[in-house]
Design a protein around this ligand. Sequence first.
Ligand code: COA
Length: 198
Amino acid sequence: MTLEGFPQSLALRDGTLVTVRPLEAADAKAVQAFYRSLPEEDRLYLKDDVTDAGWLQRFVALVASGEVVSLIGEREGKVVAEASLYRALRGWSTHVGELRISVARALRRDGLGTALARELVKIATRLGIDKIMIEVVENQAGARRMFRRLGFRQEAVLRGHVKDINGTKRNLVLASTDVSHIWDAMEALVADFSPSQE
Ligand SMILES: CC(C)(COP(=O)(O)OP(=O)(O)OC[C@H]1O[C@@H](n2cnc3c(N)ncnc32)[C@H](O)[C@@H]1OP(=O)(O)O)[C@@H](O)C(=O)NCCC(=O)NCCS
């Protein structure tokens, strides 16, 4: 799938410039290096073992098939963020997408996570998706807050549904929003701060 309007250069709240563009197969190693550089505390609650070579191969195949749209953030030749939109190509939920976003620690709280969510929502709209989900472990306070600000509301809590990488069972929160609601929330946030395109 060809995505229009990329690469983009985003200026974060502190002025840092990040290039955002769709992931290509050739980026696989750089994405793996990014995920491997995240501290265990961050990887603890990610759905997949993103450091595993097998995961990377499957992920690149999902991107090639169109089941996943992945954007990466780059700075000084390194991947500093990865954001994915997962969708079903068949079946009764082709109108639903799921977002997963990771940002390097050094660049957090400067609007990059929100900017990547916004770009994926734009893409989702073009793909005919009208409901967006997230699945987060109850303890992921920062992620839950970011998505709450974007208009996501809790739909369900699945008790003990997740075993983190240490084997501890955690509750999984499913939250969602309609695409139109995200736009309303994003417009409200623009008044606050929105990374600008250079
Ligand atoms: C969640 C994550 C993607 C947020 O990325 P980010 O670039 O820091 O997000 P933003 O700067 O756009 O944050 C937007 C808002 O979310 C909230 N927020 C984000 N991180 C927060 C934290 N650690 N604590 C409290 N609030 C937080 C704040 O309200 C923030 O706005 P503010 O900085 O003006 O107060 C990032 O923390 C991350 O990669 N976490 C590890 C992976 C993860 O949990 N991913 C989510 C699974 S889908």
